[in-house]
Design a protein around this ligand. Structure first.
Ligand code: SF4
Length: 335
């Protein structure tokens, strides 16, 4: 069957680095996730991604250092005070130091992300950033994923050694959450003003979300000079209000990522990094949720995942790369 000519024109624009409008993106998302139009979008976005990262993958270790119960009460979150029976948890300093040291064994964990619930104390987060910075392999980039912050708090994080932050307005912010989009965007501005690189996002996407909402969330941060954007599905959590909607199909997630990758192919991030990939991150970055007792196995699995996805090289903490081949997997105990 012939491709829709209007979609074909839009996809070509994305491939050649021209801007797509929000309406263009919404139109491209009206096609089924197994349609010819979606297949072409996926293929083009995948080629852009592999070209932009020069076939080089990278690993990010995500450590939850402070967790719920959280009065933020987002209707999808496992730590929401209203639904969670979780106890308050703060990782001990020596445990965090040990994990950060351990992750540096082969110098191929490019970044460490410290994730906290929204109401973690800023002094605590700064102390944890300092520990990670001191104990991780030199050159490892330390990111934080926290609640909303004022400019002074962002500067404190920068002074403590943070390189960047992960922060995004959620889809249906203010409805499915008790935080407004304006507050989220103000935090992104504060982080940027403090000199931190920001990874923003479009999340948590569920099957019930309309194309317009997804696209609007993406475009709300596209002019904010962020360094990257993650497009993630909502993980169903039993007991939460939104659990009833289930999880987005992987093929639909791929289609959404692809359309947004093509829509932002013109975008030049504010900082040049080695083997960056496209603005919308994809399979080139393996984000590993580190489980305290098992992180070595999880990093080994991340190396295999990148290898299995066809990446030829792996980015190291000093911005050099190492060939990601069977020998390297064996050397690192990953096979
Ligand atoms: S603010 Fe963050 S930690 Fe708190 S309930 Fe919402 S998603 Fe969960």
């Amino acid at each position: 069957m012939a491709l829709d000519p209007k979609a074909s024109e839009m996809l070509s624009k994305g491939w050649y680095g021209e801007r797509l409008s929000p309406r263009d993106c919404e139109y491209l998302l009206t096609f089924g996730d197994h349609s010819s139009e979606a297949n072409l979008a996926n293929s083009l976005a995948n080629r852009l991604l592999h070209r932009a990262c020069t076939e080089t993958g990278q690993i990010c270790a995500n450590i939850e250092t402070v967790t719920g119960p959280c009065p933020g009460n987002c209707r999808f979150c496992e730590y929401a005070e209203g639904t969670s029976s979780e106890m308050f948890y703060e990782m001990g300093d020596s445990e965090l130091a040990g994990i950060c040291e351990g992750l540096g064994g082969f110098s191929d964990v490019r970044s460490i992300r410290l994730t906290t619930c929204a109401y973690a104390d800023i002094e605590t987060v700064c102390r944890q950033v300092g520990i990670a910075k001191d104990r991780a392999k030199r050159g490892t980039r330390i990111y934080v994923d926290t609640g909303d912050l004022d400019l002074n708090e962002c500067r404190m994080l920068k002074d403590a050694g943070a390189y960047g932050a992960v922060h995004a307005p959620r889809i249906r912010e203010g409805g499915d959450t008790e935080i407004t989009k304006e507050v989220r965007l103000a935090t992104i501005s504060n982080l940027r003003s403090a000199g931190l690189q920001v990874i923003t996002g479009v999340e948590p996407i569920g099957p019930e979300h309309e194309n317009e909402e997804i696209v609007e969330t993406f475009f709300s941060t596209l002019e904010m000079k962020c360094a990257g954007c993650e497009v993630n599905p909502r993980e169903p959590v039993p007991g939460t209000e939104l659990n009833k909607y289930g999880k987005l199909k992987p093929s639909r997630l791929t289609q959404i990522r692809s359309v947004l990758t093509l829509a932002s192919s013109w975008y030049v991030p504010p900082v040049r990094t080695a083997c960056p990939g496209t603005y919308v991150s994809g399979s080139n970055i393996a984000v590993v949720k580190v489980d305290k007792g098992n992180y070595a196995r999880q990093i080994e699995a991340a190396r295999r995942k990148l290898f299995n996805s066809g990446y030829d090289r792996l980015l190291k903490v000093d911005d050099s790369t190492v060939e990601l081949n069977l020998m390297y997997l064996r050397q690192t105990g990953s096979v």
